[in-house]
Design a protein around this ligand. Structure first.
Ligand code: TYD
Length: 405
C-alpha cells in the first residue's frame, strides 16, 4: 500500500490512466524505442485530504536541459504574472532592500518585473535551458531544485526573504515537507509565501482530468494546503481563485499569527465541503465521469475519421499527453498538433507520436476540425482564430464536456 506523501497514512488509487510517457517529453523518431513510461494513477488521502500521484517520476526525467516549457510563450500568462508582480510590489514590498525569491522561475516571466524595479531577487530554476533565458535577461537565477538545504545556503549568503513566490511549481515537488521547512526558515517574521497551482475544485467541477500528469504530483485544495502549512508552523492567510491554467488557486501563507487571516479562507473551505473534496465518494464519481468523457471524445473522433475529415490538435500542451494516451488518440485520428513553441516543432508527441508542427502549417491549410488541447487559453485562441471559423473550421473541445463548436 502506498503511503501519503504528506501525512504517511495509507492510500489507494481511485483512478488509473494506464501506462503514460513524460508529459513534456516531445521526442524524435530515434528516441521512440527508449521512451520512458510509468503508471499514471491518482489517490486521495482521507486523513489530510491531499490528492496525489501514486507513482512519481524522477524529477531529472522531467526538468532538464531540454525542458520544453517556456512560460513566456503565452501573452495572457505574461499579463497574469505582471499583475501578480504589481500586487506583490503594492501590498507586500515594504522596503527598498526587500528580497524576493521565486522557485520554478522559468524564463523569468514574473521575476523580470522585480529585476526591472531594481529589487533584490533570486530565481531558482532546475531546467538549464529556461534558467539560461532568464540569466540572459539579467535575472539572478540559480539552476537547482529548492529544498531545505538550499534554503539554508540562501539564508547564509543573502539573509531572510520578504516574499517567496512559486507559480505552477509547488505541485511539482515530491518532498513538500523539505520545501515548506526551508520556506519557514527563510521567511522574515512578517514575510509571505504566495503560490498558485491548478485547483482541485476546478478539476472536479470541470472533469479536467488532463491536469493529471507526471509533473503535477499533487492536486491542492485549501484544506490540504492548510494541513501542510500547519505541519511547519505556517498558516493560510488568504486565498484567491485565478482564471488561468483551467482554474487555479493562489494561496497566501505566513508564520502562524503573523498576519490577519482573510474571511476568504473559511469561505473557500466551506465551498470545498459542499463540493465534497474531503470525501472518497467524490473521486469515485470523478473516475466515472472521466471514463464517460473519454468515450464520448473517442466517439466523435472515430466519426470524423469515418467522414474523412482532417483533425489537427491545437497546442501541444503537457495536458494533451494524458488525453491522447489515456483515450488512445493516434495519428490516424489527429493528423498533427500545431504549436508555436519552436522546441516542440518537428518533434512527435509523447507516447502516441503525433507530429508536432509549426503554427504556419495550421494557418496555411486549415484542418476541418481543431481539437483544442490548449483549452485553458480558449478565449485568447478563439479570438485570434476568427478566420479559421470563417473558413468553415470547427473546434472540438472536451472540457468541461465534449462538444463541437
Ligand atoms: P500550457 O497552457 O502551458 O499548457 P500545459 O501546462 O498543459 O503545457 O501550454 C500551451 C501550449 O500551447 C504551448 O505549447 C504553446 C501552445 N499555444 C499555441 O500553440 N498557440 C496559442 O495561441 C497558445 C495560447 C498556446
Amino acid at each position: 500500500m502506498k503511503k501519503c506523501m504528506i501525512c504517511k497514512e495509507s492510500i489507494a488509487p481511485f483512478i488509473s490512466f494506464g501506462q503514460m510517457p513524460i508529459a513534456n517529453g516531445f521526442l524524435n523518431p530515434d528516441q521512440f524505442d527508449d521512451e520512458y513510461f510509468y503508471q499514471l494513477q491518482v489517490g486521495f488521502c482521507s486523513n489530510c485530504s491531499m490528492v496525489q500521484l501514486i507513482e512519481t517520476v524522477d524529477p531529472a526525467k522531467m526538468f532538464h536541459k531540454e525542458y520544453a516549457f517556456f512560460s513566456s510563450t503565452s501573452t495572457r500568462m505574461g499579463v497574469h504574472f505582471k499583475h501578480l508582480a504589481d500586487l506583490v510590489m503594492k501590498d507586500y514590498i515594504k522596503e527598498p532592500d526587500a528580497f524576493v525569491v521565486e522557485i520554478g522561475s522559468n524564463d523569468g516571466i514574473t521575476l523580470q518585473h522585480f529585476a526591472n524595479a531594481g529589487l533584490n531577487h533570486l530565481g531558482i530554476e532546475p531546467s538549464q535551458n529556461v534558467a539560461q533565458v532568464a540569466m540572459d535577461k539579467g535575472i539572478q537565477t540559480v539552476c537547482e531544485f529548492f529544498d531545505e538545504r538550499l534554503a539554508m545556503e540562501i539564508l547564509a549568503e543573502k539573509g531572510q526573504v520578504d516574499v517567496f513566490l512559486g507559480t505552477n511549481v509547488m505541485c511539482h515537488i515530491p518532498d513538500l515537507h523539505s520545501v515548506f521547512a526551508g520556506i519557514r526558515r527563510l521567511l522574515k517574521p512578517e514575510g509571505v509565501l504566495i503560490f498558485e497551482d491548478p485547483y482541485l475544485g476546478d478539476i472536479v467541477k470541470k472533469i479536467s482530468y488532463d491536469q493529471i500528469y507526471d509533473e503535477h504530483i499533487f492536486y491542492f485544495s485549501v484544506k490540504s494546503i492548510a494541513y501542510l502549512a500547519d505541519c511547519h508552523g505556517l498558516e493560510v492567510v488568504d486565498v484567491k481563485p485565478q482564471d488561468v491554467h483551467g482554474g487555479s488557486m493562489r494561496y497566501f501563507i505566513a508564520h502562524k499569527g503573523a498576519l490577519n487571516v482573510s474571511s476568504a479562507v473559511a469561505g473557500q473551505l466551506a465551498e470545498e465541503e459542499e463540493l465534497g473534496l474531503h470525501l472518497h465518494g467524490t473521486y469515485e464519481r470523478l473516475r466515472h465521469k472521466i471514463q464517460l468523457s473519454r468515450d464520448s471524445l473517442m466517439d466523435v473522433l472515430h466519426d470524423l475519421r469515418r467522414q474523412k475529415k482532417c483533425v489537427a490538435g491545437y497546442g501541444a500542451t503537457s495536458k494533451s499527453t494524458t488525453v491522447t494516451n489515456y483515450c488512445g488518440i493516434t495519428p490516424d485520428l489527429v493528423e498533427y498538433i500545431s504549436d508555436t513553441t519552436p522546441i516542440k516543432q518537428g518533434k512527435f508527441s509523447p507516447g502516441v507520436h503525433i507530429p508536432v508542427c509549426s503554427y504556419q502549417k495550421f494557418k496555411k491549410k486549415y484542418p476541418d476540425y481543431a481539437l483544442l488541447f490548449a483549452w485553458n487559453h480558449a478565449k485568447e485562441i478563439m479570438a485570434n482564430e476568427n478566420n479559421f471559423c470563417r473558413c468553415g473550421g470547427k473546434w472540438l473541445v472536451y472540457v468541461p464536456g465534449v462538444k463541437v463548436i
